[in-house]
Design a protein around this ligand. Structure first.
Ligand SMILES: O=C(O)CCC(=O)C(=O)O
Length: 428
């Protein structure tokens, strides 16, 4: 996800963990404010075949033969799922365990201890950092079955160490340094795949780029089918590094309207692209919509590091990725403003990236044809406003979340443009 500024909170809330404790033996219901979905038992989500990328061959100099295979897998991951698991990432297993255990110990403390790190100023005003709930903007907001500890970890001179639990401090400091090194290894690989200069993305970050850590705690829930641990969202970051409890599922990713479970392996890290990357890559790389579901038996924890461009900077699709046949699909956005809109949209179950998209109809121009509708999973192909023809390889699919994806075929595998040129129409 990302960050939000200070806001007044209308009603003080109990942490989800406390609520879960009180619900035990007190009946099966969850408070109405947490009910986010209908009581329809969903079929278990199929597992997403999320690629596992071995960073070893990719980062070796000189590159061996297997580097090309890893790069191809990485490209596939970024263009389709927008996330992947990484091994050989340079973060030692004991350090990962220390961060996870430190987090578990923190959340297991009595409420009074955790309240020493509260994200409520004077018990009334929400501040971004600290322990508690996500920001609650209105009485009607549907709440997530989750508590969080949220900390700014970079730049180091902007850390508020008073909010860093002592038990976690050293491990988080070291973990952040290693994750940042990993992020710095990944950015040139991603730039190469787009034929951009190796340091293109690194340069965009700027001197005051910030990174936040989010420790999430999802208590067991008596009615998991009614709530979300975290409602569907895409991350407002450039890239997110995520460490999850590998023994307990719950993270799901949405692709073309279908929900898939993301399975992780011990001591792998999950790399999740954020909206900033989707914008800069002009939609070639995806910022996936994902959500967390809970279960009735076990608590679940995750630790996410959100890497974001300097809030004072503006981003837009990389110039090299835009030409007359590949119009900019996103507007220029100022990071600070984009992030400010993030929680507002999140709290309403909306995606802030929609505000950055160019108008599809404007992009289509006057020559739109063969249009299957633009609401969900539909397809169309078009001439742009200047009359240039989008060929079969530029056919556009509008995904279920409204982003444009270039593809040679529609979702039925039908190459509509080539077929139309041959006088054929798509079978029903
Ligand atoms: O807990 C998880 O697995 C995912 C967390 C997440 O999506 C987030 O913090 O934005």
């Amino acid at each position: 996800m990302g960050r939000a500024g200070e806001e007044a909170r209308p009603v003080p809330l109990l942490p989800a963990q406390e609520l879960a404790g009180r619900q035990q033996g007190a009946g099966d219901d969850v408070p109405a404010r947490y009910v986010a979905r209908a009581n329809d038992a969903e079929a278990a989500a199929a597992a997403a075949p999320v690629p596992v990328i071995d960073l070893g061959p990719l980062c070796q100099q000189p590159r061996g033969e297997s580097a090309a295979d890893e790069a191809a897998r990485l490209r596939m991951a970024l263009e389709s799922w927008g996330l992947f698991l990484v091994t050989n990432h340079g973060i030692e297993a004991p350090l990962m365990d220390a961060v996870m255990e430190g987090s578990r110990e923190f959340f297991r403390q009595p409420l009074e201890e955790k309240q020493m790190y509260t994200n409520m100023v004077d018990g009334e005003h929400f501040q971004l950092e600290g322990y508690g709930n996500d920001r609650v903007a209105s009485e009607g907001q549907v709440l997530d079955w989750c508590d969080r500890l949220y900390l700014k970890v970079e730049p180091p001179d902007e850390r508020n160490l008073a909010l860093w639990p002592t038990r976690l401090r050293d491990a988080l400091h070291e973990f952040t340094a290693k994750c940042t090194r990993l992020k710095d290894r990944l950015l040139p690989e991603m730039a190469k795949l787009l034929e951009l200069d190796d340091d293109y993305f690194g340069d965009q970050f700027g001197a005051k780029a910030d990174t936040y850590a989010r420790f999430s705690y999802y208590p067991p829930c008596p009615r998991p089918e009614l709530v979300f641990g975290l409602k569907p969202h895409s991350d407002g970051s450039f890239v997110t590094l995520l460490m999850v409890d590998s023994s307990i599922g719950g993270l799901q990713v949405l692709r073309d309207g279908v929900c898939y479970g993301v399975r992780t392996k011990p001591h792998t890290l999950l790399i999740n692209l954020g909206d900033q990357m989707e914008i800069m890559s002009n939609g070639i790389f995806k910022s996936p919509v994902h959500r967390v579901v809970t279960n009735a038996e076990k608590e679940r924890l995750s630790v996410a590091l959100f890497y974001s461009v300097d809030p004072e900077r503006e981003i837009q699709p990389a110039g090299k990725l835009v030409d007359e046949n590949h119009p900019a699909l996103y507007k220029k956005v100022k990071i600070k403003e984009y992030i400010a809109g993030l929680y507002e949209h999140f709290s309403q179950g909306k995606m802030v990236i929609e505000t950055a998209k160019e108008n599809i109809l404007k992009l289509l121009g006057i020559g739109a044809w063969n249009c299957g509708g633009i609401d969900s999973d539909s397809y169309f192909e078009f001439r742009s406003a200047d009359g240039s023809h989008y060929g079969p390889n530029d056919a556009i699919v509008v995904t279920s979340r409204g982003s444009l994806r270039r593809t040679g075929v529609d979702r039925f595998g039908w190459n509509a443009l080539a077929s139309a040129q041959q006088g054929r129409t798509r079978p029903n």
